[in-house]
Design a protein around this ligand. Sequence first.
Ligand SMILES: NC(=O)c1ccc[n+]([C@@H]2O[C@H](COP(=O)([O-])OP(=O)(O)OC[C@H]3O[C@@H](n4cnc5c(N)ncnc54)[C@H](O)[C@@H]3O)[C@@H](O)[C@H]2O)c1
Length: 359
Amino acid sequence: MAILIREDEVRELVQMAEAADTVETAFRQLGEGKAFNNPRTRIKLSGEILHVLPAALPEMDALGLKSYTAFRGGIRFLVLLYSAKTGELKALIQAQRLGELRTGGVASVALKHMSRPESSQGALFGAGTMGRAMLEGMVNARKFRQIKVFDIARDRLPAYCEEMSTRLDTEIVPAADASDAVTGADVVVTMTTAKDPVFDGKQLQDGATVVAAGSNLLQKREIDSTVIRRAKRIVVETVDQAQLEAGDLFVPIDAGFLHWNQVHELSDVLSATCKDGRVTERSTSLSQWGWACKTWRWRRKSTRPRRAQVPGWKCRCRECMGIQPEKRRGEMAYELRTGTKMRLGDVKVGEQHKLYEIH
Ligand SMILES: NC(=O)c1ccc[n+]([C@@H]2O[C@H](COP(=O)([O-])OP(=O)(O)OC[C@H]3O[C@@H](n4cnc5c(N)ncnc54)[C@H](O)[C@@H]3O)[C@@H](O)[C@H]2O)c1
């Protein structure tokens, strides 16, 4: 039976260091052709959107998809994790925290492999939900003496920085303005909802690493063309995803001073280490799978009884329903192990707890 892993359990079971390691493994496998990742697709209604991101990591027995609905009432993330060997649904995972760990984990891997090891001054733009995950990823990758945070909602900065300083045991302070954050920074991470560049690329110091992660639409960009012009190397998670939504690269490519053949993938960096490059990072779902898979394993190993029937699904086996096959011969149910639809009357004795229907 598939298990449900709730947000609080993900928070309890998975920490950023393990997330970053799993993300790195996933990208290595992608580079070796052992993993598969399709770009995000979206269905747009009037203002509301359904997003779907499928991927597979057969070596971790992970196959599945992340979906989320972005409606006025909020964003709801869900991962469906299947066995890559049998196609069996292993888990449904509430995926807000999983997404934070994935995104911060990618930033962490990028910084570990591309920022200067002696990096000690950091800057973060965007004191929002994902900004917290980016701080976790930064601190996981490098030992920062100080990180300055800038957000246009300045009034939230003092409390945000205090909370994150305590949580991460690192000096995290509000920046006076964008220029104050960037000046002298070895690492600059942007995780905002901005539509236009959030700092002036001329103010970046030589050798700095930039992780631009907030824009996931062609109409939005957080870094200006100067950052792109000054970059020694531009790296995205996957080029096919970036071509659909990397707003940061769209203007330079359209203007003709950047071409897609100059854009590298993170898996290339992991196979042939590149030093001192700058990275712009776009989202994909791949590493979510390594993630979901590990979360599922941890969940199964846990001593506390956690097995929960998935809400909205009901076991239709003879034992649970008291089914007399001959009386309910015409009713249909889904056999989760194979995913086929079958008649209850055809269920053999011993095939218990395998049949479900969606309410
Ligand atoms: N790359 C990825 O994998 C990935 C993953 C999740 C979310 N995102 C994107 O990241 C962005 C941030 O997500 P979130 O959940 O943290 O949003 P959020 O609304 O919680 O936080 C965004 C913050 O950015 C700040 N901001 C806006 N313009 C700014 C500017 N010019 N300078 C400084 N701060 C500015 C806002 O005031 C806000 O505090 C969104 O666009 C989201 O779609 C990307």
